[in-house]
Design a binder for this molecule. Structure first.
Ligand SMILES: C[S@@+](CC[C@H](N)C(=O)[O-])C[C@H]1O[C@@H](n2cnc3c(N)ncnc32)[C@H](O)[C@@H]1O
Length: 268
């Protein structure tokens, strides 16, 4: 299996040729909004989840970015079904993170609020072997924690083991991440020839959190090549699958300025 290339085929075929326990991380967004093309749940999510489980190293993770459509006034709950499927076949649902769109596409949603988020499920094969969390400065660094402390909501109880401890200067951010979507999510104009690209920052945050330089990152639905670009920039090895020749061509054109050594002839 060659790294640094996008295989123009169904991801199940790519994974069939892959050694077991090969991947440190998969980050991907399944084609959930094309449900009509896949006749509802005939999108083979069980088969894909099973293959990903076999191909992921123990301690590796899958970041599965997915939302729900509303059909005839009823949310599909595709996201929940996918999460239950991954759990049933052996992954842990390690963290259900939320990706909030800072600038959601304007739409008339009838008698409901504007839809502005997707799930970023972190499915892990056992305990994640790498976690390098994003942190933020704390406001009360150095202060000692007492039995009660003032919180935004009033006085809060503190667990016994935390009393007397000094507040650290940094803390982990929450599992709700905000990203710009649309043209401000990437400078690569060509990427927008694909209808549903990842914000580049989302991919960077997730790759940095769950892998080390040199690790192997896979995207089974590579689309415009966002995962390939960011993995390369962060010194990770990468490979992907994309069933559409048109999108593979877009991805390679996008990647060429960043990865001049890319073997364009290898596409497909
Ligand atoms: C939501 S898009 C992914 C976009 C990508 N995250 C990006 O930043 O450009 C899903 C992609 O999966 C591709 N696809 C659908 N079924 C596939 C399959 N079985 N194997 C590989 N690719 C597939 C579609 O052609 C589409 O480009």
């Amino acid at each position: 299996m060659r790294l640094g290339r996008i295989y123009t085929e169904n991801c199940l075929s790519t994974m069939q040729r892959m050694d077991d326990d090969f991947l440190d991380m998969t980050i991907t967004s399944p084609p959930y909004d094309d449900l009509r093309d896949y006749n509802g749940y005939h999108f083979p999510v069980e088969e894909i989840a099973e293959s990903l489980f076999r191909k992921t190293k123990t301690g590796g993770v899958v970041i599965w970015v997915v939302g729900d459509r509303t059909v005839n006034g009823n949310e599909t709950l595709t996201s929940f079904r996918h999460a239950l499927t991954f759990q049933d076949i052996g992954f842990r649902v390690h963290d259900t993170m939320i990706y909030v769109k800072n600038n959601p596409i304007p739409s008339d949603c009838g008698r409901r609020y504007r839809q502005a988020f997707e799930y970023m499920f972190c499915f892990s094969k056992g305990q994640p072997k790498t976690f390098d969390p994003i942190t933020e400065p704390t406001k009360s660094a150095g202060q000692q924690i007492t039995a009660f402390r003032i919180t935004g909501k009033g006085r809060g109880n503190v667990p016994d083991e935390d009393i007397g401890r000094k507040i650290k200067s940094e803390r982990k951010v929450t599992n709700i991440f905000g990203y710009n979507v649309g043209t401000s999510s990437s400078k690569d104009k060509i990427a927008f020839r694909h209808p549903a690209i990842f914000p580049e920052l989302l991919v960077a945050d997730q790759i940095r959190s769950w892998t080390k330089p040199g690790d192997i990152v896979y995207d089974c639905f590579m689309g415009s090549g966002t995962t390939a670009k960011i993995a390369h920039q962060l010194d990770r090895q990468w490979l992907g699958s994309e069933v559409s020749e048109e999108y593979v061509a877009i991805a390679y054109e996008r990647l060429r300025p960043y990865i001049p050594q890319l073997d364009l002839a290898a596409a497909g």
